[in-house]
Design a protein around this ligand. Sequence first.
Ligand code: 5RP
Length: 298
Amino acid sequence: MAGNLDAPEAQTPKAGHPEEHTGFYVKGAESLDWGMKNRLARIFNPKSRKALMMAIDHGYFEGPIAGLEQVDLSVAPLLSHVDALMLTRGMLRTSVPPWFRQSVVLRASAGPSILKELSNEHLAVDIQEAIRLNAAALAVGAFIGSEFETQTVLNLTRMVDLASPNGIPVLAVTATTDEDTPHDAKYFRMACRICAELGAQFVKTYYVAQGFETVTSSCPIPVVIAGGGKVPELEALTMAHRALGEGAAGVDMGRNIFQSEAPLAFVRALRAVVHDGEPPASAYKLYCSLKEGHTPQG
Ligand code: 5RP
């Protein structure tokens, strides 16, 4: 079809009006490609710049732990309250409805159960499978300081090599099975930095009460914290609040959500901490009110 010379002419910006350059808000991601940024933006909220992730991948090495016996029942009411769900492909296909609109962070490394040396992991998901499942990110264990440290580091770098050309970010999950390693800021600084140096786009680690800000400040990619074992709700909300105040970009909690006395009330209170900066005391008040079945005013 011939062009229409009478069509309105394209407008050009007014002379002297500066073009808008919007920097990308996820730490260390400025030079990544559009698809990678878009996936990160599906995990890290553009307004708060933080992420509320829920981890339910424990079964891949522990089986059906408390709170995850029937994932389709226990987790379904929580799904719309989190930004991302971290889980295995088996639980995704069997227990999460495909109309789930939040992001999937797919567990992509596995190996031994808790009955064996946990660090002996290999990659356990093919990149085509990750694409098929519409994963927003892939999670790979990095067992720094453990018996199979080098193998897990190579899992991480291999997955970065496979995922990057497909625009899929990789979450490095720091862990150690070495009982002699002190789990302090010095260790987590090293572990997180190694993961960033090796190409991960974000890293999951544990909060430590002393020096956590040195873990986040020396890591050029976002750090999200695991919850660890179940603690009272106020304590878990306090830990999240402190971690965010000390530079964490979000939480990726499991047991403290699905083993809470009232998981839905807890996840909503945690959301207020993560996205609204709610102090722990008022978030806990919200939790208590929701648990009792009423929404607080004001
Ligand atoms: C194990 C994991 C788990 O998903 C995660 O650590 C569990 O979260 P939580 O400690 O909050 O239960 O990544 O390697």
